[in-house]
Design a protein around this ligand. Structure first.
Ligand SMILES: CC(C)(COP(=O)(O)OP(=O)(O)OC[C@H]1O[C@@H](n2cnc3c(N)ncnc32)[C@H](O)[C@@H]1OP(=O)(O)O)[C@@H](O)C(=O)NCCC(=O)NCCS
Length: 322
């Protein structure tokens, strides 16, 4: 039997507070029009003081499990993608396992910045295809607002908080067609977030905030995502016209539009959540996927290309027959 990983449930969670561009323009020198024109973002959600990556992950995960109708005890592996874990350890995966009350599974985190959920999908797919696992829960959960310097106008306008989840199950029916993940550690300086407690002799890196050379990141992201699209199509001997939906990482509308153009896709075939969510890092692709499944845009049998790019640099894609 050929084993595929099939998505049997999706979920998502966004915190209550909406922080608009207008709001940010009262604290740093920027404007709603500058932010919207350069990024496509109008507002983002901000987690409350009581919330953590694991608390948001729990809500998204419970939704995905409920949709699937399966018993949580059937889950073999929990993978949480996050760059903003509750604790250094235990992993947010273990904290989520505790919250869900699942005894017999293994749980761990994946840290690949904004590409985290694609890396998690790729790992899960290997376990399922090999027969080592039957059900894998994947959650991307991020509280970016706590690692953003709210006095830095070049980064604080971009990020938001939220969690997205998918539950994968082994199936004879087609599901994930292929995944492709990459990294290149040479680009540390363009996008990084220091860990002040662990950095050796960290003088200039005291604050644990996102540091980014946005313009340079932008150029590498556009080129790299163009290449991953080609790699994914080639690996599946597929023509771009066979893709029904593009579900991209939500970093900047201009990066998304460049990838859509490469695929000769109309923006109507691209799932965009950026305007009201900003960049939720590893949560963004799963949040967008969940939204488009729930509102009926993505239908069973359709071919969906997921892609992401993030610090590291890391990048990847997953081609799915939903
Ligand atoms: C951050 C980003 C929106 C900035 O847009 P940009 O067009 O590249 O702008 P630049 O960084 O070249 O800055 C242009 C000018 O705008 C200014 N600027 C930066 N942020 C601003 C803001 N929020 N409001 C007003 N002006 C701003 C800069 O200071 C600069 O001014 P100067 O020309 O006087 O020096 C864009 O580079 C981007 O989205 N990059 C990718 C980021 C990303 O995706 N990161 C996550 C990857 S997962």
């Amino acid at each position: 039997m050929t084993r595929y990983s099939r998505i049997i449930g999706t979920g998502g969670y966004l915190p209550e507070e909406v922080r608009t561009n207008e709001h940010i323009s009262h604290t740093v020198d920027t404007s709603d029009s500058w932010i919207f024109e350069r990024t496509g973002i109008k507002s983002r959600r901000i987690a409350g003081a009581h919330e953590t990556a694991s608390s948001m992950a729990e809500i998204a995960a419970r939704q995905a499990i409920a949709v699937s109708g399966c018993d949580p005890e059937e889950i073999d592996i929990i993978i949480v993608a996050t760059g903003t874990p509750d604790r250094v350890y235990p992993s947010t995966g273990c904290l989520l396992q505790q919250r869900l009350g699942i005894k017999n599974c293994v749980a761990f985190d994946v840290q690949a910045a904004c590409s985290g959920s694609i890396f998690a999908l790729s790992i899960a797919d290997q376990y399922i295809k090999s027969g080592a696992a039957k059900k894998v829960l994947i959650v991307g959960s991020e509280i970016c607002s706590r690692i953003v310097d709210w006095t830095d106008r070049s980064t604080c306008i971009l990020f938001g908080d939220g969690a997205g989840a998918v539950l994968l199950a082994v199936s004879e029916e087609t599901g994930i067609l292929s995944t492709h993940i990459h990294s290149d550690g040479e680009y540390e300086d363009l996008l990084y977030c220091p860990n002040p407690q662990a950095a050796a002799g960290a003088d200039e890196q005291q604050a644990g905030y996102i540091n980014m050379r946005g313009n340079e990141v932008f150029k590498v992201a556009v080129n790299t995502l163009g290449r991953i699209v080609e790699e994914t199509l080639d690996a599946n001997s597929m023509d771009r016209s066979e893709i029904d939906w593009l579900v991209p990482h939500q970093a900047n509308i201009r990066i998304i539009a460049a990838t859509a153009k490469k695929l000769k896709m109309s923006m109507d075939q691209v799932v965009v959540t950026l305007e009201t969510q900003g960049n939720t890092s590893s949560a963004s692709v799963l949040l967008a996927f969940n939204e488009a499944v729930r509102d009926g845009r993505i239908q069973r049998g359709q071919v969906v290309l997921l892609e992401a790019f993030g610090a590291g640099f890391t990048w990847g894609s997953a081609l799915i027959k939903y």
